[in-house]
Structure formats: C-alpha cells, structure tokens
Design a protein around this ligand. Sequence first.
Ligand SMILES: Nc1nc2c([nH]c(=O)n2[C@H]2C[C@H](O)[C@@H](COP(=O)(O)OP(=O)(O)OP(=O)(O)O)O2)c(=O)[nH]1
Length: 138
Amino acid sequence: MPSTSHAPLLVVAAALQDARGRVLMQQRPVGKAHGGLWEFPGGKVEPGETPARALARELREELAIDVAEDDLIPLGFATDDAGERCVILLLFSCRRWSGDPRALDACELYWDLPHDLTHLPMPPLDIPLLAQLIDRHL
Ligand SMILES: Nc1nc2c([nH]c(=O)n2[C@H]2C[C@H](O)[C@@H](COP(=O)(O)OP(=O)(O)OP(=O)(O)O)O2)c(=O)[nH]1
C-alpha cells in the first residue's frame, strides 16, 4: 500500500464558464511543472485558507478577475497518489466574476465548449475533471 510522510497537497481550480457555456483553460509556462500543458486556472491552498478563499485569490493573481466565494460551486475532485506526495485537486464551477480574464501567469488563455477541449494536452488530474464536467453536461 503506498504511504507518505507528507500531508496531501491540496490544489483548487475553477471551470469558469461564460454565457455561451465555453470554459476557460490556461497554458502553463514552459519551465514549470507540467509546462506547456493546459489546465483549469487555480493553484495551491495556502495554510489557513479555505479552498474557496484560495481559489478566489488564485483567480485574482492569475487572471485579474474578482470572484465571490459564494459563486464557487463544488463540482468534483481528482487525486494522484503515485508520487511522493498525494495531490488532491478540487474543481469548482464559476459562472459569475468581474473583470476580463487576462493571462498574468499563463502563456495563453483558451475558451471553448467542454467537449471541444479534450484535444488539449493537460496535466493528469485535469483530464478526469474535464471528463466529469462533460458527463454532467455543464
Ligand atoms: N492542475 C494540476 N496541478 C497538479 C497536477 N498534478 C500536480 O502535482 N499538480 C500540482 C503542481 C503544483 O504544485 C500544483 C498547482 O499549483 P500552482 O499552479 O500554484 O503551482 P505552480 O507550479 O505555479 O507553483 P508556484 O510557482 O505557485 O509555487 O499542483 C495536475 O494533474 N493538475
């Protein structure tokens, strides 16, 4: 049975959906972990933060948008316990924000309907989360 001395790494991400149902993906910078791959925007939960507060902070830092925590709706999660530290990625749906998303951290932003995003190369945990989004017809 796999075991680790570290607490799981908790990561949060958002499926931002516009009025046409398109979802925003961002491309990670080359040189970082999973560089060049397309992910749901988000990041690590810092000590003392709730998941929703962490995600609102990450969306402000990465995209320059403001999101109310009440507008972040839990959608699903995925885990990876193959490495030294288990990673848990929580996905939230978000249909309301203020500001126009800008790529402050990512190389590029891309909007499309969920089933048209499956061709993008993605980090391992974003793949099943996109599948959950598609299955739920969101
Ligand atoms: N989105 C996503 N993140 C993953 C996966 N697997 C995995 O270990 N992670 C980790 C990588 C990062 O440590 C973390 C994502 O947080 P982040 O976006 O803030 O990470 P980062 O590399 O930009 O780190 P930092 O510069 O802020 O320190 O989750 C995955 O499949 N998808």
